[in-house]
Design a protein around this ligand. Structure first.
Ligand SMILES: [Zn+2]
Length: 75
């Protein structure tokens, strides 16, 4: 059971809840040397490889919507 964030109705059990992302932020991930251990196919040797890092987005907040409100939003 949960309360819909848009219509404030309490939704009964076994009803689907839609988590909708309402706010994101950009995020830069730094490179990490020797981050992962992988096994080479030849000789089955384990080696450490670097994570190059990069740029992405993180979720800041979400809201819980009922089925009716979710469809009304057009998601
Ligand atoms: Zn609703």
């Amino acid at each position: 059971m949960y309360r819909c964030s848009e219509c404030s109705e309490v939704v009964g059990p076994h009803q689907r809840q839609h988590q909708v992302v309402v706010e994101t932020r950009s995020r830069r991930y730094p490179p990490r040397p020797d981050a992962f251990q992988v096994t080479k196919r030849i000789k089955q040797k384990k080696v450490w490889v670097d994570d190059p890092g990069g740029v992405g987005h993180e979720t800041v907040s979400t809201i819980a919507l009922c089925e009716v409100c979710f469809r009304r939003r057009g998601n």
